[in-house]
Design a protein around this ligand. Structure first.
Ligand code: ADP
Ligand code: MG
Length: 292
């Protein structure tokens, strides 16, 4: 009967690094028509590193890393960790931070030694009236290299750009190709900008790229995919992904991700390898053709 099959399924899953929290998921997997992936920490390793620093006029490397690092020291975002690491490697000691504030989907702001400092995307600079348009070509160049470019402002002026690259997981492209060959559509949902998202999408073979999505918007995007395709799985690792994991017919968390995502999901990919999804689908298809 089904309970035995589910137990067998769970055992086989555990062997392949798939932890099943909700037994129903094993049944649902075989119905999945489309899978949506978060970008950072799901398709990529979630360990961005600083690759480029573009400075305005006579600003120094040390200055931009001091101000950006001081503010980002208060943020949990992977982008923040990259900047803080870079600053620490250069033996920069951070300043006194007040009024720290994370601006959802845009970046961070606060005062460093009393001066207002902003670190974030174009949206943030527009909102705070910091001119950056002169650097648009630099931003585009970096983004087309699949990098995330952050603008740094001190007071009313731009200090420059810090760009980071987040390496793609070894098996992401293979997982996407296998899913597509099984007739399953793939999509990526990210808060990152459209060019970076498109570049990453191209590198792993995802054509349907949904970018510049605010944290609350991921649920809506999953709903849209459900209307279009029917049964949809969502894969993610972040706190922001949790509501979308719940909305999906199968929520899949990355084992190395946040506890909130893991608790919201039906299954966990323990080692974070996306090819685990293929094992789960094959398992589901085989179990439910055997028992009738
Ligand atoms: P994601 O998890 O896909 O990166 P977020 O909503 O967390 O989505 O972030 C969207 C965008 O907001 C980032 O790509 C970045 O441009 C900006 N951002 C968010 N947090 C920070 C931060 N701590 N420092 C700089 N920029 C940030
Ligand atoms: Mg993520």
């Amino acid at each position: 009967g089904t309970p035995t099959a589910l137990m067998v399924g769970s055992g086989m899953g555990a062997e392949k690094g798939i932890l099943i929290r909700n037994g129903e998921a094993i049944q649902t997997f075989k119905e999945v028509k489309a899978i949506a992936f978060d970008k950072t920490g799901t398709i990529t390793k979630g360990k961005p590193e600083v690759t480029d620093i573009v400075l305005v006029n006579d600003v120094k490397d040390q200055d931009i890393l001091y101000f950006a690092g001081s503010i980002e020291n208060g943020s949990e975002h992977p982008l923040a960790h990259a900047i803080v690491e870079k600053a620490k490697n250069q033996n920069i000691r951070f300043g006194e931070v007040e009024q720290f504030n994370a601006v959802v989907g845009m970046g961070v702001e606060g005062r460093v030694d009393g001066e207002i400092v902003l670190v974030g995307n174009r949206r943030l600079m527009k909102e705070k009236n910091i001119p950056y348009e002169e650097y648009e070509n630099e931003l585009i160049r970096l983004e087309e290299e699949a990098k995330t470019a952050m603008l740094i402002a001190r007071g009313e002026h731009l200090l420059g750009i810090i760009a980071v690259a987040d390496p793609i997981k070894e098996d992401s492209a293979r997982a996407i190709a296998l899913l597509e060959s099984m007739g399953i559509k793939t999509a990526m949902i990210t808060g990152d900008n459209k060019r970076t998202a498109a570049a990453i999408g191209k590198m792993v073979g995802i054509t349907h790229v949904i970018s510049e999505v605010l944290p609350d918007g991921k649920v809506e995007e999953v709903e849209r995919l459900q209307k279009k395709y029917g049964t949809v799985a969502m894969v993610g690792d972040g706190i922001n992904d949790a509501p979308a994991l719940k909305q999906a017919n199968v929520g899949i968390a990355i084992g190395t991700g946040t506890d909130i995502a893991i608790e919201a999901a039906d299954v966990t990919l323990v080692r974070g390898e996306l090819t685990g999804i293929i094992s789960a689908i094959k398992l589901s298809r085989s179990i439910f053709t055997k028992i009738k």
